[in-house]
Every structure is written in C-alpha cells, then in structure tokens.
Ligand binder design. Structure first.
Ligand SMILES: Cc1cc2nc3c(=O)[nH]c(=O)nc-3n(C[C@H](O)[C@H](O)[C@H](O)COP(=O)(O)OP(=O)(O)OC[C@H]3O[C@@H](n4cnc5c(N)ncnc54)[C@H](O)[C@@H]3O)c2cc1C
Length: 345
C-alpha cells in the first residue's frame, strides 16, 4: 500500500497550490487526480482580481507574464436596466488550463508526486486510508492528513457529511474576441448573471442562475446575441454558492470549491482557491489553526452571501436607483455603489 503524510485529493488550483507549498516546506505529499492530467480542462472565465494576482505573487517566485491574456481597466455592468462602465477596475484574464498547469508544473519541478486517473471510491478515516481505482485496478493509499480539494462536487465532502457543497449550475463556451469590453449582465428579473470575458484572441461567454432558471441555454443564447457572438455548443459546470463553508471535519481539511470558498455573487473562486491553499499549508507546517487563519475570509463570504439576496432583489435595486436618480448623485452612482458593496467590484 502507498503512503503519504499529506494526501491531497484533486489537482485543480487549490489542490496543486497546497501540494506545492507543502512540498516547498519539505513535506511528504501525494496529489491524486481523477482525470488524465494531459486532457483535463477547467470551465472558467479566468478573471483574475488584484487580490488573486497578489496571492499568485505571494506563492510563486515568478509568475510568467505570458499567463495573462488580457488586462482590463473598465468593466461594463448591466444592472436593473442600466448600463454603467466601472472605470477603476484592475482585472486580468488567464486561460485556466494554462494557470492550473503552471501550478502543477511548479509542484512537479520540486519533485512532487502526482497520481492522475485515480478515482477515489471510499474513505476509511479510522484506518486513515482511501481506496480507489486507476485504469480499472484497485489501489489503496494510507495517509496521516487528508486534504479535500476535489471541487464543487466534492466526493470527500459527500462521504464525510452526506452532501457536496450547495452549488448552482453555470454554462460557458469560448467565442472569438469581438473587441467588446469585459461585460457582466445582471439582467432584470433573472436571479443570476451572464459574462463576456475577453481572453487574448478569444473570449469566454457564460451565465449562471442562483434560483432555478428553466432554460439557462436560452438565457446564454440571448446574451450571446446581445454581445453579437455566436456559438454552437456550451458546457456546464457547478459553482458553489458560498452558503455552506466547511474548512475541517473529522481531521480532514477542505480548500477551494470543496470548502465552498467562493465570493457570492461575483463567483470569484480563483483567489479563494489560492488563499485557502496557502493558509492551510501555513497552518499544517506551523501547527497553527486553519480556521483562525481563514476567519476574515469566511466572515466576508458570509456577509456577501447575506447581501446577495438584496442585490438580486430587482424591486430593491430599482427603488434604490430611482431614489438616487432624484439626488445629485444620479442613477449611475447608485449602480456603482451596489456593485462595489454587493458584488465586491
Ligand atoms: C463557468 C465558471 C466560470 C468561473 N469563472 C471564474 C472567474 O472568472 N474568476 C474566478 O475567480 N473564479 C471563477 N470561477 C470559479 C473558479 O473556477 C473555482 O472557484 C476554482 O476553480 C476552484 O478551484 P478548486 O481547485 O477548488 O476546484 P477545481 O478547479 O474544480 O479542481 C478540483 C479538482 O478535483 C478533481 N476531482 C474531483 N473529484 C475527484 C475525485 N473523486 N478524485 C480525485 N480528483 C477529483 C477534479 O477533476 C479537479 O481537477 C468560475 C467557475 C465556473 C464553473
């Protein structure tokens, strides 16, 4: 039977980053991944906020400039029927496959071990052992510490708690970059949002719904039409809502989407994947409390989750905007205020 002091399930951004940092600290780490690492891709708009960029520079000695495909100083927002351009935005975009690969390569360059195409099937916490299959063959791995970094449909979390994180469905596809600005559409009467995110010569266009949207595909098609782009097929993926953050259960630690660490309602998860991985590695190496290190971030997510219902309440938004329109501040200032405070932009 294989053994690892630190066994990390999921070689996405959170898992690979945590593995890299533990390895840098001289720990014995094994990273296991369900998919074939060469073929794996992640559905993501790839928007990197200033704090996510800061995390990347905090974690890695050098972050290649070539990772960043587009840079934005303006973001167009459509909310409650009003279109405003937010001007003091500092956002970049990456191709997620490349970012994830960069992190994984850094881990492997340091001698880090990866077992891909390994599907975890069961967890025995008393025996500190997981069992899984690789290319049809059964395999067991024992561990001292288990880290769940297996994303929004976390198998580890389901095994331990009976359910995966609360998550919403999103659709996304890649289209040609038309030169249109980075756009977020918080369309009227739709409890969700759509995005057009340029990424070099291409752009990601997608949408997600917080409350059951009968035809998300139709929603994406009409947004694509609005943005003057066409597409044939899109893919679906889940985004945690941030309503049920879980950092630790029975000595097992959770990072990234598996921990429901995402900013509602903007869906910013890259920062949270990097930050939680860094905080967990720090806690494990220094025998500190992961919960204590994560307290400010968890409080922020809880606050954003509560405000989220106000943000998506069209009547509240409309009323606020109407009132603001009657003041010297004007409607645009009200939309900007709402986006800053409720969506974190
Ligand atoms: C459509 C979409 C657009 C998004 N856009 C943005 C954005 O623009 N900016 C932003 O900041 N965030 C965005 N996010 C959120 C962001 O992508 C996630 O929060 C982030 O990827 C979380 O990283 P992670 O490592 O926790 O999970 P993941 O990247 O999902 O990695 C989980 C890994 O675990 C593996 N795995 C799963 N189950 C098992 C198992 N049983 N055994 C072994 N391995 C397993 C998976 O194959 C995967 O490789 C978006 C998300 C979606 C869905």
């Amino acid at each position: 039977m294989d053994h690892a002091d630190y066994l990390i399930v999921g070689a996405g951004l959170a898992g690979s980053t945590c593995a890299y940092l533990l390895r840098q600290a001289g720990c014995d780490v094994l990273l296991v991944e369900r998919l074939d690492i060469e073929a794996k891709s992640k559905l993501c708009a790839g928007l990197v906020t200033p704090r996510a960029l800061h995390e990347l520079h905090n974690i890695f000695d050098t972050v290649p400039h070539s990772l960043f495909k587009s840079q934005f100083g303006v973001m167009r927002c459509i909310a409650a029927g009003i279109t405003v351009d937010l001007h003091d935005i500092q956002m970049r975009s990456v191709e997620r496959r490349e970012l994830d690969r960069f992190v994984l390569d850094a881990y492997r360059a340091d001698g880090g071990e990866l077992l891909d195409r390994f599907h975890v099937r069961s967890i025995d916490l008393d025996a500190k052992r997981i069992a899984g299959t690789r290319d049809g063959e059964g395999r067991e791995i024992s561990f001292d510490t288990l880290v769940a970094a297996d994303g929004a449909l976390s198998f580890v979390r389901k095994e331990l708690t009976g359910s995966s994180p609360n998550a919403i469905l999103s659709l996304e596809t890649t289209v040609a970059n038309t030169g249109a600005p980075l756009t977020m559409d918080y369309e009227d009467g739709f409890i969700g949002y759509s995005w057009y995110a340029p990424c070099g010569d291409e752009a990601k266009i997608g949408c997600c719904a917080y409350i059951g949207e009968p035809d998300l595909d139709q929603r994406l098609r009409s947004f694509a039409q609005h943005m003057n782009v066409g597409y044939k097929r899109c893919r679906g993926a889940f985004i945690p809502t941030g309503s049920d953050v879980l950092l630790e259960r029975d000595g097992v630690y959770f990072v990234g989407d598996a921990a429901s660490l995402i900013a509602p309602p903007s869906g910013e998860g890259i920062y949270h994947a990097l930050h939680s991985a860094r905080m967990l590695a720090r806690a494990l190496v220094n025998k500190a409390s992961y919960r204590a290190l994560m307290r400010p971030v968890v409080a922020e997510i809880r606050r954003q989750y509560k405000l989220r219902s106000l943000f998506f309440d069209t009547r509240f938004m409309r009323c606020g905007i109407k009132l603001a329109d009657a003041t010297p501040y004007g409607a645009e200032r009200a939309v900007k205020f709402a986006l800053r405070h409720f969506a974190g932009y």
